[in-house]
Design a protein around this ligand. Structure first.
Ligand code: DON
Length: 580
């Protein structure tokens, strides 16, 4: 079964029709109307550039930057700061993330690592009690849950190296949105209502997120953030060092001191983002670039694609039992390796070459039977933990001059630690929970880790964030990534496969139901929309299948024959793709 039915035209020929129509018709038919006859999902279309983010206000300001002649990095940094204002559950200046930048002209794809770091006083057992048991409350909801934030330094570095705007120009829309406010969408109001208990204990959080009488804001009310606006203004005036050495740093350090947090002014002053080489592999003639350690995402995307490349996935078909079976088998093996080998390569040796090699993929593939699921206990032992509700945010941006940006950043859970820095107006992350609090004890996403990911001073905690750029014939082709904790890697994998194996347009590729396996728990997690017949077939192979809530939010774009298509993930009500 193929996703495209009749007429039998594939994505490329459909796109080619756009240009023909544009030239051949005198009363121009908007490309959007012509492009995808016969499809169920329709991407945003443009011939000049594309922005896809999880919030329409961020998409709009980033699109405006492109329209004014800014490049993809200018637009990405502008979007990053705007999301910190419009979507504080994950958009941030108090967290960290990863950005991939691909410049077709130089042929370079670079990765900017602005992941948070453990403070210098952090130590291996800091999230254990006197009995040596891991205490998740400590790594999630205290001041010590927060790693040293990297976002301001990372976005500033991206802009300085690859952008054309000044930092003040990139911050201006965010400052305006924080100062003047914006009308609240339902999703924002629901988010605060759901997380109320975690925010209310903290003075800074109460001041930011609730009205003076303690009541909740309602849909459509204008939400202003004066403290955050002042912080962003200081950064605009004094540069990124203001956050790390100026008044903002003092506000963070004071908050830490008052509440027993380990992070100091020195930790902030010492923070530096890093330029990394992305993980690279090939899949059916495409070059795949994705985030390298301290994220596990790129390594395991390449590993899983290497395993899957030898199956005729296009033929076994989208979400058929056979396809899901081999995907789940590949996923299990990748996540088992993740738990053992992955950590910050500045601190530990990670066998990157081996994990991403085709020889190793051949070995793993030889263990996969088409007739029977391999129980995870035969791959390695461990303990499952239920999934947490959570939120990160990904955006994809491409300009008309061959530059593309794939960015995922986070404060870990929705609203991070729940703690807003008093007087500074932004939330602190709870990324320290991504370290392994104790070998064999899973983090909030049920992910296990060992020695390689233990807490150490100044170390970056292991991530799953997978900003990805796929090139075809040397040109930017697909830009994608997702939130979703442990599901990030598999969500991103499926967007790639949906486009490359199943020939879907980008809106279809991000919309259709997804599956996930992470070795432990030993179950295929599925979204609504997988047929009961398929589930029965998977169960007959020995898989446990569990339908749970939607996974990820893969704001993505594609570029083919000079036509940009954007796919906003329907799993977030504020998602938006905007073309120029
Ligand atoms: O870096 C990581 O892998 C996690 N801190 C990401 C958290 C996340 O994606 C939350 N959810 N949507």
């Amino acid at each position: 079964m193929r996703i495209r039915f009749s007429p039998p035209i594939n994505r490329l020929t459909t796109l080619a029709c756009v240009s023909v129509l544009a030239v051949a018709t005198s009363t121009a038919v908007p490309a959007q109307q012509a492009i995808l006859e016969g499809e169920r999902f329709h991407p945003e279309v443009s011939e000049k550039g594309m922005v896809a983010t999880s919030h329409f206000l961020a998409s709009k300001v980033a699109r405006d930057v492109l329209a004014d002649g800014g490049n993809a990095v200018d637009a990405a940094v502008t979007a990053g700061f705007a999301l910190a204002v419009t979507q504080p559950r994950s958009g941030n200046i108090g967290g960290g993330g990863f950005m991939l930048v691909s410049d077709e002209k130089s042929g370079e794809v670079v990765a900017i690592d602005y992941r948070e770091k453990a403070p210098a006083a952090a130590f291996e057992t800091m999230f254990q009690n006197d009995e040596g048991e891991a205490v998740s409350e400590l790594s999630r909801y205290t001041h010590n849950a927060s790693g040293v934030p990297g976002t301001v330094a990372g976005l500033a570095m991206a802009l300085e190296k690859y952008g054309t705007l000044s930092l003040a120009e990139a911050l201006a829309p965010a400052i305006r949105l924080a100062e003047d406010g914006f009308a609240l969408p339902q999703r924002f109001v629901n988010g605060i209502r759901d997380i109320r208990d975690r925010l209310e204990p903290w003075d800074g959080s109460r001041k930011k997120f609730f009205k003076e009488d303690g009541s909740l804001y309602q849909v459509g009310e204008v939400f202003k953030q004066p403290d955050l606006a002042a912080t962003l203004k200081r950064i605009a005036e004094q540069g990124p060092q203001e956050f790390y050495e100026g008044k903002t740093a003092e506000l963070i350090a004071t908050q830490m001191e008052k509440n027993g947090g380990l992070m100091t002014m020195e930790d902030l002053a010492n923070y530096e983002p890093a330029i990394r080489e992305p993980s690279h592999g090939t899949y059916r003639g495409h070059d795949i670039y994705a985030m390298s350690p301290p994220s596990s995402g790129g390594v395991h995307i390449v590993q899983m694609l290497n395993i899957l490349e030898n199956y005729d996935i296009g033929k076994t078909g989208f979400n058929s039992a056979n396809t899901i079976h081999v995907m789940a088998e590949a996923m299990k093996r990748a996540y088992a390796d993740r738990s053992e080998y992955l950590g910050d390569t500045d601190f530990v040796e990670v066998p990157l070459k081996g994990i991403t090699s085709e020889g190793y993929a051949d070995e793993l593939r030889s263990q996969i039977s088409m007739d029977k699921a391999t129980p995870s206990s035969e791959i390695a032992p461990g303990n499952p933990l239920p999934y947490e509700s959570n939120e990160t945010t990904h955006f994809s941006i491409a300009d008309g001059n061959g530059m593309a940006v794939s960015n995922t950043y986070t404060i870990n859970f929705s609203y991070g630690s729940g703690i807003v820095v008093e007087g500074a107006g932004f939330l602190l992350n709870n990324e320290m929970d991504d370290f392994s609090a104790k070998p064999g004890v899973p983090n909030a996403y049920g992910l296990l880790g060992g020695e390689a990911n233990k807490v150490e001073p100044d170390k970056r905690m292991l991530s799953s964030m997978t900003p990805t750029i796929v090139k075809k014939d040397g040109k930017n082709f697909l830009v994608t990534g997702s939130p979703g904790g442990s599901r990030i890697i598999t969500t991103t994998l499926q967007v790639l496969m949906n486009v490359i194996d199943h020939d879907m347009n980008i809106q279809t590729a991000v919309s259709v139901p997804r599956i996930h396996h992470q070795w432990l728990p030993d179950e295929i997690r599925i979204e609504q929309g997988i047929s009961p017949d398929t589930i029965a077939l998977l169960e007959s192979l020995g898989h446990t299948v569990s339908q749970q809530e939607a996974m990820g939010a893969a704001q993505s774009l594609m570029i083919e024959d000079g036509v940009f298509t954007g796919g906003a993930d329907p799993r977030r009500s504020t998602s938006s793709a905007m073309g120029l």
